[in-house]
Design a protein around this ligand. Structure first.
Ligand SMILES: [Zn+2]
Length: 91
């Protein structure tokens, strides 16, 4: 786990402001859902984007390189890659 060197103080309601540099580097914006994870004595948070990055579908998604992709879009990408490979092989 990397340390950021950044600290923030909880306010009277237990809230913190997520530093702008972290929001920007992780493509998080105000209003975005955030998921919490626990590990030993740590609380981690992560942008919660359950939907497919291409179509927004929330069913049947799986994570690829930090992005959620649904089965339909994944199949379309595979078909596109296959057709591109075939055209390169014959071109
Ligand atoms: Zn999709």
């Amino acid at each position: 786990m990397l340390t950021t060197g950044l600290t923030r103080q909880l306010d009277e309601y237990g809230r913190i402001i997520l530093p702008k540099e972290l929001r920007e580097s992780h493509h998080m914006d105000t209003g975005d859902p955030v998921a919490f994870f626990l590990e030993a004595d740590s609380i981690m948070l992560k942008a919660h984007n359950p939907g497919c990055v291409f179509c927004g579908n929330v069913g049947g998604t799986s994570e690829y390189r930090g992005c959620m992709v649904c089965t339909t879009c994944k199949d379309e990408l595979v078909a596109l890659a296959d057709s591109k490979r075939q055209s390169q092989a014959h071109g």
